[in-house]
Design a protein around this ligand. Structure first.
Ligand SMILES: [Zn+2]
Length: 287
């Protein structure tokens, strides 16, 4: 049998989305440690806080302003952001606990910027960095020529968006119909609350108490991509299912909450690859 494993990270570093009260990284650490014996999980605060790059904030703000999407129907082009746009990013970086809804960034460019933040001595294939952020990220689809919001950008580092969990997978069709109806009737303020009540539990909301559970599955997608080069699975009950609907995401991550047989097998292969290999920890050991 040929092995599916191309990389085996012994250390996973999770960076917290500090805006989200319902994201409990210690629970995720416990989950990963039990699921993948031999793996080392390190928890860090948001990556700006962790790397302490305060003096780099003006430069980082300018870079972020450059990858903000202005038009979701046009691929990002190089341009010089306005001073106000840079200032906006600077404010967000100065106070990372602020949440701004409505700003979307090019996901691959955001991943590139995140990678630049990691010091060279920590860029190792045996260490997988996973940035969890509340920023909304999107990727351009050449088929329908527009950007689509994403929960995850796999790769190095992996980026997972907590806002993406709410915004990317589509809500029930009736939700959009009823919302449209509210707009037609000229009522744009009341329906949001009523709609959420009507569809209670059928889609994720900001600061949803199920957030930690859902994020676990996306972290596994990042781990599988790093390990095998493939993040997704066709089985709707597998945590690696690439959900396009909220309903599918809730089914895979909450109702099932498990990996399918095939992916459990690959995970066992990974665990076995650790045996006899003590792992190499070259920096910042966990307390
Ligand atoms: Zn699977």
């Amino acid at each position: 049998m040929t092995s599916s494993i191309i990389n085996s990270a012994r250390t996973i570093i999770l960076y917290d989305d500090v805006t989200s009260g319902n994201l409990v990284l210690s629970e995720i650490k416990k989950y990963l440690s039990e699921l993948i014996p031999g793996i080392r999980v390190e928890l860090r605060s948001g990556f700006i806080e962790h790397f302490g790059v305060r003096e780099k904030i003006p430069e980082f703000a300018r870079k972020l302003a450059r990858i903000k999407l202005r038009d979701q129907k046009r691929k990002l082009e190089d341009f010089n952001p306005l001073p106000g746009e840079i200032q906006f990013e600077k404010k967000l970086l100065d106070d990372p606990k602020t949440r701004r809804i409505g700003v979307i960034y090019d996901g691959f460019e955001f991943q590139k910027l995140s990678r630049e933040m990691i010091p060279e001595n920590e860029l190792e294939m045996s260490v997988l960095h996973i940035f969890i952020t509340n920023r909304l990220i999107a990727t351009f689809d050449d088929n329908d020529r527009r950007y689509h919001a994403r929960v995850i950008i796999t790769g190095y580092p992996a980026v997972i968006s907590t806002s993406g969990i709410v915004e990317a997978p589509a809500k029930p069709r009736d939700f959009y119909r009823m919302k449209q109806m509210g707009i037609i009737l000229g009522d744009t303020t009341v329906p949001a609350e009523l709609l959420n009540q009507h569809f209670q539990g059928r889609f994720m909301e900001h600061n949803d108490e199920r957030l930690t559970e859902v994020i676990k599955g996306y972290i596994l997608q990042a781990v599988f991509y790093h390990t095998t080069g493939e993040a997704f699975c066709n089985n709707t009950n597998c945590r690696l299912f690439n959900s396009h609907w909220q309903k599918e995401m809730i089914k895979a991550q909450i109702e099932s909450g498990k990996l399918c047989k095939d992916h459990t097998g690959i995970l066992n292969e990974l665990i076995m690859s650790f045996e006899g290999d003590p792992g190499r920890h070259t920096f910042n050991p966990s307390p």
